[in-house]
Structure formats: C-alpha cells, structure tokens
Design a protein around this ligand. Structure first.
Ligand SMILES: O=C(O)CC1=CCC(=O)O1
Length: 252
C-alpha cells in the first residue's frame, strides 16, 4: 500500500507527518503548511481509501491504517518522525504511539476518537449508508458537526473546500475506515505511551466530544491538554491561528 503524500519544507529538516480526518485528504492541512514548513520537512498524506491513495476493498483495520504510516516512513527513509493527526488521524496516532514508539519523537493529537467501538453500530450503519448512497449522503451532516454555524456563515468558501473533499472521497474508502473505527478501542494501553503527547479538544466538538478526550490527559503519562473554546471538530481548518502556535511549541 503506497500512500499519496505532499512534502514541503527543507529536505534535511526533521520529518513531521500530518494525518487527516475521515473523508478528507492532505489538502486539509493547507492552513498549517507555511507555519510548519519553515521548520520541518512536512509530509501530509492521504489515508488509504482517501484522496489519491489506493482504495482497496474494505473493511480496513487500525493495523492497516497504522501499518501504512510505518511503510510511508520507510519509503521516506525516515528512521523517526513526529506526528500530527486530527480525528481519524488522531486515532491512528494513538495506535502508533502504542505500537511503534521507537519510530516517533512527539505526537500532537487533535480531537482523537479513543474508543469509537463504544458506538460500533453507528459506524457500521454509516459504512452501509455510504456504500449504498455515497459520501454525499453524509456530507452536510458531517459539516454540521465539524463547524459552528457562525463559522460556516462567515466562511462559506472555506467550508465548501472541505465539502468538496468529502464529496470526492471514494465511498469504499470512507466506509472501510468507518469499519476500522467500529472495532477500535485504544483505551487499554494508553498508559504504555512514552512519547510526549499534546492533546487538543474543542469545546463544541459534536464528533469527538471533549469529555471523551479530557480523560486521556491523565491516562497518557505526561500528556498536555488544550481545550479550545468556541470551536467545533475541525479546529485545524477553523482555528489555525490558535492551533499552529500550539503545534510549533509542542513539536519544538
Ligand atoms: O465523521 C465525523 O464526525 C468525524 C469523525 C471521525 C472519527 C470520529 O470519531 O468522528
């Protein structure tokens, strides 16, 4: 499985991987690229089934998604990297922190679902719906969870860029990632994480509510938590002026 990616920044700088949310692609990191690329070799990639990465038939598993990232590191010739992931990308980051600690320096995990298996049937139903009716059937509801109404009203063009990504995501890839989430519970091994972790949650996140993220700050040794007021799920897109300095400070 070769993942599609976009690399920016000095070739000899430390590598930072950027992992996107369910139904989007590497272009969702546009608000972070300039800030991070001044300091890092920034590699924004598409999960399998998303963007221009291959979309093999599902179901996928978290081992598939995490294993793809380790193969990407090998392809880049990077022994180690830091990792920034939002939503689905954050869950993959938690898996990597638990399963491949020697390959990573630091993690910044934004709005990460830690136990989506607690709502397994929701994810199984969503997978079936998207296979039957396409991603257009979930796009507007998704945007409603990802952006506050006042942001969407003030920034229709920015919201439309994310809408286009959701609409362009292959139905099979989206559905197969829903199936990975339906079987995913990362809570048992949180205490084994040794890398420095920044957790970011949004006060009004209807996708991954803050009450599911806040406990991770005590369950992951040494983790640092930031709660963003007045924000919904896709904080990297809606609040880059707040998020980018947090990322730069944490990534060093
Ligand atoms: O579809 C969403 O709202 C975003 C999401 C991806 C993983 C998750 O838990 O929520």
């Amino acid at each position: 499985m070769r993942l599609n990616y976009q690399a920016t920044g000095p070739e000899d700088a430390p590598v930072v991987l950027l992992a996107s949310s369910l139904g989007t692609n590497h272009a969702m990191w546009a608000p972070q690229l300039d800030a991070l690329s001044d300091h890092f070799r920034v590699v924004a990639f598409d999960h399998r089934g998303h963007g221009a990465s291959e979309a093999p038939p599902g179901p996928y598993t978290i081992d598939d998604l995490g294993g793809d990232v380790l193969e990407l590191l090998d392809e880049l010739g990077a022994e180690q990297a830091s990792y920034v992931g939002i939503s689905l990308g954050g869950a993959v980051g938690l898996w990597l922190a638990q399963n491949a600690p020697d390959r990573f320096h630091r993690f910044a995990l934004l709005c990460p679902p830690v136990n989506p298996a607690a709502n397994a049937q929701t994810w199984i139903d969503r997978a079936a719906q998207v296979r039957a009716e396409g991603t257009q059937s979930i796009t507007e509801a998704t945007l409603g969870r990802w952006f506050l109404p006042e942001y969407a009203e003030a920034h229709p063009d920015e919201v439309d860029l994310i809408r286009q990504q959701l609409l362009a995501t292959p139905a099979e890839g989206y559905a197969a990632c829903c199936e990975a989430l339906s079987a995913l519970d990362l809570t048992p091994d949180l205490g084994s994480i040794t890398a420095p972790v920044l957790l970011v949650t949004a006060e009004s996140d209807a996708s991954v509510p803050p009450e599911t993220v806040v406990p991770l700050a005590t369950q992951i040794p040494g983790a640092h938590l930031e709660i963003l007021p007045g924000a919904a799920h896709l904080v990297t897109w809606s609040h880059p002026d707040t998020v980018n300095p947090l990322l730069l400070t944490h990534l060093g």
